[in-house]
Structures are given as structure tokens and as C-alpha cells.
Design a protein around this ligand. Structure first.
Ligand SMILES: Nc1ncnc2c1ncn2[C@@H]1O[C@H](COP(=O)(O)OP(=O)(O)OP(=O)(O)O)[C@@H](O)[C@H]1O
Ligand SMILES: [Mg+2]
Length: 438
């Protein structure tokens, strides 16, 4: 009632499993449809889900004397007052264009991929004609687009308002049943699924990625470091190019990114060539299956080496292998030191600070898409019966993987320069304060 009667145009409900999210979705749409004749949608992640979750129940919940017509293929319900309620799946964006809606509900929005694109390009314009309201509902799935919406709704002013409810609040679900789930699940999974808590999602690939550790302020790249590019090609997906600087100790720094969707190859090549780091690049690595792209880029002065797919063993899948190599670089390494290179490095070459027990991979803070992908890139969900093993390796989801792929190409292909160990500088041990600086 609290959500249904609130008058914010954009409402966000973050609630636990079995809380009543889908019932709320239908009740709100029905309330709108009876108040104002027009077209209304409930969008679920897929058409199949829309049908499974909503179709049968809806037909039972709406008084039969209100219904004029039902179409089970279109998942459309026409009411006698002239309103039409349709159930949609987000996996087919072409079926979501070209209409004007009086109201929109998104159920399980956290499971919708490419949300920000779907919203700005496809769904948001359907609400413009009537300044129509929208309700966004989900159980949380980590720090993603739904989390952002939730935070927007927590601000005091503006058209958004958000709520959070736990599964315990549904009086129709026995409390003991939820307590039982608490015993069976990990603390994180229970907090996410039943307490509707935003936790790091359990299926994350780079679980340890923390902004506080891996994201650093940009600094000038010393002239004797090498620079590489990794490119992942895409037209409906983003084309992602990363510039990766490598220091004398093989630490990787993602120093810049180009990340854009739906542009021409001329445009991408123009942007990549115009980047100041490009002049210093030693090699560029790209998707080995993208021969046509490699060709097209070459015609525009960007010469791409297909990424090295060797894994050292025939058993390993090269994607998983590359992910492992990136994960290794992210791991804090005992005895590994990195220079704290601030911008003063060039002015004051003699005073470099070092930090110990550090990872070998960093991202400059303006590379926002790369940072977000690190935080979202996840394994495909699998049934418990299909536990990963050598014949059935884990597979990443085909989403939030563009900068991640570009990085993988560099990490798999880059040959460490043969450093003479005597040339590597290590600071003397007794000069550090407790934070590892001197
Ligand atoms: N307002 C309500 N009145 C009566 N029963 C309700 C109400 N809201 C939810 N329920 C009941 O609670 C149960 C869960 O509802 P619903 O399927 O909407 O939850 P959900 O949060 O969408 O669950 P899931 O996390 O599985 O998607 C159902 O049995 C539903 O009938
Ligand atoms: Mg539901």
C-alpha cells in the first residue's frame, strides 16, 4: 500500500525473495489501468519469465467481468475500460519500441543486462508523451544498475523514491521457512536474497576488486615504461580499447579507455588514433576471431595483433586461462613492491615511495567503464548439478565483458621484457613506516 499509494513518478522497490514483488507489480499496473485508460507494460528479463511469473496469476487476479479480451501469445489483456496491459521480455528490445505508455513496471530489473542502454534508448522514450510513471522492482544482485536506482531514490528531492523490504515482511510466508533458508545459505547469499541487502554478488569473477586498492589517481607515465593497447570489437556492443602501461617491474596500469557503442569504425579509429598515449604504443592486441575488424582497423593505421590463445595445456579454455592471468595480477603478492608514483615523480626523481604486498594491476580513476566492468563481470549462473570441473568449465556471462576482454588480450599476449634482476630497484627494508611508505 505504501508503495502503491506513493506519488513519486519513479519508484524503486528493493525486496527479498517471496516478499510479494510480482504481486505488487501486477497490482500497481492494475490500479493505473483502472484509473486511466491506456497502454501499460510489465517487463521481465525474458518473455518466458513474464509468462511464467505473471500471466496465469494475472488472469486469476483481475475480476473476469473487467476483461474484454486475452491474447496468450502476445501476453496481452484488454480491459473493458479501454486499457491494455501487456507482459514483455527485455531480451527482445525490438519488441519494446515505438509505443507511448501510460505506465511501466520492471520486475527483476537487477537481472536485466544492458539496462542503461535499454532504459535510455528504448524504454525511457515510451514514457515521454504522457509523462508516465515507472516502478522498478527487484531483489538486489550486487552493486549494479539497480543499486544506482536505489541510491537515486534515497535522495530527498527529485522524481525518484526507493524502499527496501525483507522477506520476513510478507505475512503469507512462514517465518520458520526463511529461518531455515538462513541455515542453508552463506551469510552473503541470505543477506542478498532474503534481507534484500546489497552485497558483492556471489558470482563475481574479480571478487577482490576494490576501488580503494586498485583505482589510483592518474600520474604521468615515465618515458621508459612501455605501452600496449587491447581492443575488443563491437557494434551493438561497445568497442572497448584500453591503454595499458607496464613499468619495469611488470606492474600493469590501465591508463586510459575508449568505450563506445554503435559508432562507425572510422569514428572508433579516429578516437583511438587521437589519444595521446597511442603514439607511444608498442603493440596492440585484439580478438583473434575478429579478422574483418583487424583488417578494417589496419586500413585506418591501427595495426592489431590477434591475441595469443596459447594456454600451455590443451585442456584449458583460453578465456578462463586469461581470466586466471588477470586475477593473478590482481592478487596482492607477498614481497611485491610498487612505486607510489604521484605526479611529483618527474620533478623529484630521487624520492619515490614504495608500497609492499601489493597487486600488479591498477586502473586510473577516469577509466569508469573499466572500473564498472571489474565490479560487474560475473560467471554465468549454473544449476548446482553442473558444478564446474575440467570438462565443464565456468563461463563468464556475455555482459560487462568488453573492457575485460580487451585487458585479457593484453595480459595473454604481452611478453615480459627480460629484466636484468640487478637492474631492479628494491628499497632497503628498514626505511618503512607502518603503512609501508618511506
Ligand atoms: N498483497 C498480497 N496479498 C496476498 N498474498 C500476497 C500478497 N503479496 C504477495 N502475496 C503472496 O506471497 C507470495 C510471494 O509473492 P510474489 O510471487 O509476488 O513474491 P516475489 O517477491 O515476486 O517472489 P520471487 O522472489 O520469487 O520473485 C505468493 O504466494 C503471493 O501470492
Ligand atoms: Mg517475483
Amino acid at each position: 500500500m505504501e508503495v502503491a499509494q506513493d506519488d513519486h513518478r519513479f519508484r524503486v522497490v528493493c525486496a527479498g525473495r517471496r516478499w510479494g514483488k510480482s504481486v505488487l507489480a501486477r497490482m500497481v499496473v492494475l490500479k493505473w489501468a483502472t484509473e486511466k485508460p491506456g497502454l501499460y507494460w510489465i517487463v521481465s528479463p525474458t518473455y518466458k519469465q513474464s509468462k511464467m511469473i505473471h500471466w496465469r496469476d494475472f488472469a486469476k487476479e483481475i475480476p473476469p467481468e473487467w476483461i474484454k479480451k486475452k491474447n496468450e501469445v502476445e501476453l496481452s489483456l484488454s480491459l473493458k475500460n479501454g486499457s491494455v496491459i501487456e507482459l514483455k521480455g527485455a531480451e527482445n528490445p525490438d519488441a519494446l519500441r515505438g509505443v507511448k505508455l501510460r505506465g511501466l513496471v520492471i520486475d527483476e530489473i537487477a537481472s536485466i543486462r544492458n539496462w542503461s542502454w535499454l532504459w535510455t534508448e528504448v524504454l525511457r522514450p515510451t514514457l515521454t508523451d504522457y509523462e508516465a510513471p515507472a516502478l522498478f522492482i527487484s531483489t538486489p544482485k550486487g552493486f549494479d544498475h539497480f543499486h544506482k536506482l536505489y541510491l537515486t531514490g534515497q535522495k530527498k528531492d527529485g522524481p525518484y523514491r526507493s524502499w527496501r523490504f525483507t522477506s520476513y515482511e510478507n505475512p503469507h510466508i512462514p517465518k520458520g521457512e526463511i529461518d531455515q533458508a538462513k541455515k542453508e545459505l552463506t551469510e552473503d547469499a541470505f543477506a542478498q536474497e532474503y534481507l534484500a541487502d546489497f552485497r558483492k554478488h556471489t558470482g563475481l569473477i574479480y571478487k577482490n576488486f576494490e576501488r580503494s586498492l586498485y583505482v589510483i589517481d592518474p600520474f604521468d607515465i615515465p618515458a621508459d615504461w612501455s605501452l600496449y593497447r587491447g581492443i575488443d570489437f563491437g557494434s551493438t556492443n561497445p568497442t572497448a580499447c584500453l591503454w595499458v602501461a607496464v613499468d619495469k617491474d611488470n606492474n600493469f596500469y590501465i591508463v586510459d579507455e575508449h568505450y563506445e557503442t554503435g559508432q562507425t569504425i572510422d569514428y572508433h579509429a579516429g578516437r583511438i588514433n587521437a589519444n595521446a598515449f597511442s603514439a607511444r604504443v608498442t603493440a596492440t592486441y585484439g580478438d583473434p576471431s575478429g579478422a574483418q575488424w583487424i583488417n578494417e582497423f589496419a586500413q585506418r593505421g591501427i595495426y592489431i595483433t590477434p591475441a595469443n590463445k596459447e594456454t600451455g595445456t590443451s585442456k584449458k579454455n583460453w578465456v578462463t586461462y586469461g581470466i586466471e592471468k588477470v586475477a593473478e595480477k590482481l592478487k596482492a603478492q607477498v614481497g611485491h613492491s610498487v612505486p607510489i608514483v604521484k605526479n611529483q615523480l618527474d620533478d623529484d626523481k630521487n624520492k619515490v615511495s614504495w608500497r609492499h604486498g601489493m597487486p600488479q594491476l591498477y586502473v586510473f580513476s577516469h577509466c569508469q567503464h573499466t572500473i564498472e566492468e571489474f565490479e560487474k563481470y560475473r560467471w554465468m549462473e549454473k544449476a548446482v548439478s553442473q558444478a564446474p570441473d575440467q570438462n565443464n568449465p565456468e563461463v563468464p556471462e556475455k555482459a560487462n565483458d568488453h573492457a575485460m576482454d580487451a585487458l585479457r588480450y593484453v595480459v595473454c599476449s604481452y611478453q615480459a621484457q627480460n629484466l636484468n634482476p640487478e637492474e631492479q630497484e628494491f628499497p632497503e627494508q628498514n626505511l618503512f613506516d607502518e603503512d609501508g611508505f618511506y
